[in-house]
Design a protein around this ligand. Structure first.
Ligand SMILES: NC(=O)N[C@H]1NC(=O)NC1=O
Length: 173
């Protein structure tokens, strides 16, 4: 899809196409539409990310809470959004052994109890074997730092989803 096509979309079409760039937060795409036209992927994503940065902390935490757990129940049940399903299964999380799944579930629960939102990580950029280690590491970070780290992961996920939609190489020109 080229930028001319993106810039020609009416509101409904734009939200249909870009509504899940930020997981289960179509309001972000709805707000971005008002800022068209966009010149390229970088320009378009700048608007998505600026809106996230401008939210109060409650809104930023709300964005994180819209994310499903990594290797959680929704993956097992097949009730994830299409994007999450692709990311989590592509990262090998559907083929974890029972022990690995249990270990992740325990760490996810500890993380949620400490920070009040789920652990978020761009699954496509991380080796599944490294995920429990990364989760255990971030579990000990100060809350303000962890909020910034988690939102950084939301942006990485959004960047990859936008690159897919625009059929461009996510690593840039
Ligand atoms: N919790 C979490 O990180 N979820 C996700 N990460 C990702 O890349 N896709 C997701 O669904």
């Amino acid at each position: 899809m080229d930028m001319e096509k993106v810039n020609s979309m009416d509101f409904g079409e734009f939200v249909d196409v870009f509504g899940n760039v930020i997981e289960r937060c179509p309001l972000i795409a709805a707000a971005v539409w008002s800022q068209r036209p966009f010149s390229d992927l970088e320009d378009l994503e700048k608007h998505f990310f600026a809106l996230i940065d401008a939210l109060p902390q409650s809104g930023q935490e709300g964005i994180l809470r819209c994310h499903p757990d990594l290797a959680g129940r929704e993956l097992q049940r097949g009730t994830l959004t299409a994007e999450s399903q692709r990311e989590q299964s592509g990262a090998g999380l559907t083929s974890l052994g029972a022990d690995e799944r249990l270990r992740l579930a325990e760490l996810n629960a500890q993380y949620r109890a400490r920070f009040g939102f789920p652990f978020v990580l761009a699954a496509r950029l991380t080796d599944p074997a490294a995920m429990p280690r990364e989760l255990a590491r971030r579990l000990h970070c100060p809350p303000a730092q962890e909020l910034r780290t988690a939102l950084g992961e939301v942006k990485k996920i959004g960047h990859l989803r936008l690159a897919d939609l625009l059929c461009v190489d996510p690593s840039g020109p």
